[in-house]
Unconditional design. Structure first.
Length: 277
């Protein structure tokens, strides 16, 4: 009985100590939360990045695509129908949901950054949130092919300004910059670039080389896509609150995309907590 009482006293004491720490030590909750975030990312999971809900980190963090209703039924296509003309890794192919394009004309490529450090983290987040994108370009330049180009992904969906609450009840609906962008998922091919989005996280030379090759390869199959600033867009050009790919992305490194419209050109700013002023 004495042992039980002693254990009870120890547990109660620890509980009181934790409460006192939470009350009197500044930023305790934030510190603990960040520890769990780091542990999760090291294990290959992808907890929400701080600030993601406000700014929509990449196509992944924030309520972007899957909340937007669609008449098309989701499907997992396991076999490659559209074969890229450059080397790609099909390790994750067929594991994510995609949708019928329902006859939409594919004329746009949309670039994002992922908000993390590894393609495996990106894939886990996409799968968990029932999102999808056609390609992911890792830090070392590896191009992962996730869903077939012939299908529609869920990476840049948004509600039209005329109906800004078109998504599920209770969701924070992403809103398009204009009415015409409502169907961008159906008419685009999405590319996620592995990058945290921080101001000091620079895109690698290997990524620029691979992105250039990938964009040109995609354009060779889809005749309505020209490699220019009208047909290759950043997510920030589509949806309010989005700022990816981050401002340190050098569009001019991609042949045909010099002079690209930047975040600041449309009156947007990247969040200061990621090192931007």
């Amino acid at each position: 009985m004495k042992l039980i009482n002693a254990i009870g006293a120890i547990v109660l004491g620890l509980f009181v100590l934790i409460i006192l720490i939470l009350i009197f030590v500044p930023n305790t909750f934030k510190i603990v939360n960040n520890i769990f975030l780091i542990i999760g990312q090291q294990l290959g999971f992808n907890p929400a990045v701080p600030g993601g809900e406000d700014y929509g980190f990449g196509g992944l963090y924030g309520s972007t695509p899957s909340t937007i209703p669609t008449d098309a039924e989701p499907e997992r296509i396991k076999k490659v129908k559209t074969k890229p003309g450059i080397p790609v890794d099909e390790k994750y192919f067929g594991e994510l949901y995609s949708y019928s394009r329902e006859g939409a004309l594919v004329d746009t490529i949309v670039l994002h950054h992922t908000g993390d450090n590894k393609a495996s983290q990106t894939f886990n987040t996409l799968k968990k949130r029932e999102l999808s994108v056609h390609y992911v370009v890792d830090k070392d330049g590896t191009i992962y092919y996730l869903i077939d180009e012939s299908t529609k992904g869920a990476h840049c969906g948004c509600c039209p300004p005329s109906n800004p609450t078109c998504c599920k009840a209770g969701e924070n609906c992403p809103v398009c910059l204009n009415e015409e962008l409502r169907e961008m998922n159906a008419k685009s091919i999405g590319i996620e670039i592995v990058n945290t989005g921080y101001a000091d996280d620079y895109y690698t030379n290997e990524q620029y080389v691979s992105i250039d090759k990938l964009i040109n390869d995609i354009a060779s199959r889809w005749t309505a896509i020209a490699v220019d600033n009208e047909h290759v867009l950043g997510h920030y050009q589509i949806t309010l609150g989005k700022w990816d790919p981050s401002p340190v992305f050098k569009w001019a490194r991609i042949q045909g995309l010099s002079g690209h419209l930047m975040l600041a050109d449309i009156g947007k700013k990247a969040p200061s907590e990621y090192g931007y002023t």
